[in-house]
Design a protein around this ligand. Structure first.
Ligand SMILES: [Fe+2]
Length: 309
């Protein structure tokens, strides 16, 4: 069926080829065209885990203060058992969204920049930085292993199959790194089959993608794995998969590839850059968390109740 694109494989090949510069410059593994991995060096991954523990610990301290349960903080570097010990406290932080994003606040900005700095190191040591024109600062995420039906049915729930482009995310691809926790709480990646020309338009409810014919079916590609960079194109449909296990932590950022067909380069609206679509060019990306610090004026106590995002 012709749904606006002459051949649905054309869009798959076109989107896959945007990342040829990454394939040439980096050690790419598990290449599935619109989804692929790059290994992270052991030492950097250890640093990443340690920085993430500090970010969560500081968030707990900033909000709950030195309450009894935090006096005995014994979790060092890569001991993530605190994710289940303090699961209740973590998921009741005011700066955590229903999608699990642990948002930046003034009290935790130093730890955030330290975490960002490790990711900048990884972008440089994998040589990925040289295949990008732009990238975002990191989004740290904590996902519980189970959920309520109410949350699962939210219009833009990450537990529904989706592309981030449907939530108006700009850029070519998401770069995601699962950092620690329960591997059964993961991301499921799929290739859409029968893609229509509307696919890259936004939606108010991810369920509408099927009803509006953005795609006809899905073909399973892979699950997310620890200690690896995952790069998945906006064409790669995915969802958070919770299987009644324990929490998982990860981080992500959106990237623009150095290619003439980059969605980012073609997007005229980016000059208006809303917060979630703030991008840094390559020269600034190299300095994020280091010479260039991310800042915020909002404090923990000012955190809104995040209902929708
Ligand atoms: Fe997503």
């Amino acid at each position: 069926m012709n749904k606006g694109l002459n051949n649905m494989e054309d869009i798959f090949i076109k989107r896959s080829s945007i990342y040829d510069c990454i394939r040439e410059g980096c050690n790419v593994t598990n290449d599935k065209g619109i989804l692929f991995n790059i290994d992270i060096e052991e030492a950097s991954f250890v640093n990443l885990q340690a920085a993430f523990v500090e970010y969560i610990h500081k968030s707990l301290m900033a909000y709950y203060g030195k309450k009894g349960f935090l006096y005995d903080w014994r979790f060092k570097k890569n001991d993530f058992s605190f994710l289940t010990v303090y699961e209740n406290e973590i998921f009741n932080l005011p700066n955590i969204t229903p999608g699990g994003v642990l948002k930046i606040k003034k009290e935790i900005i130093h730890e955030y920049n330290a975490l960002q700095s490790v990711v900048t190191d990884i972008l440089i040591e994998t040589n990925l930085i040289n295949s990008l024109t732009h990238g975002q600062n990191i989004v740290p995420r904590l996902v519980p292993g189970s959920t309520s039906i109410k949350k699962r049915f939210r219009p833009l729930s990450t537990e529904k199959y989706h592309s981030d482009v449907w939530a108006s995310q700009k850029g070519d691809a998401v770069l995601s790194i699962p950092v620690a926790g329960d591997p059964s709480t993961t991301i499921e990646f799929c290739k859409p089959i029968g893609v229509s020309a509307d696919f890259f338009n936004s939606l108010e409810n991810y369920d509408d993608a099927f009803e509006r014919g953005y795609l006809e079916n899905l073909e399973f590609l892979d699950f997310a794995k620890f200690k690896m960079i995952h790069i998945f194109d906006q064409l790669c449909v995915h969802r958070t998969l919770k299987q009644a296990g324990n929490p998982r932590i990860s981080l992500e950022l959106c990237i623009a590839a150095d290619h003439e067909d980059s969605l980012f380069l073609k997007d005229k609206e980016l000059s208006r850059a809303m917060q979630r679509n703030r991008y840094f060019d390559k020269s600034k990306l190299k300095e994020l968390g280091k010479g260039i610090k991310i800042t915020t004026g909002e404090r923990m106590k000012d955190a809104e109740k995040y209902e929708q995002t």
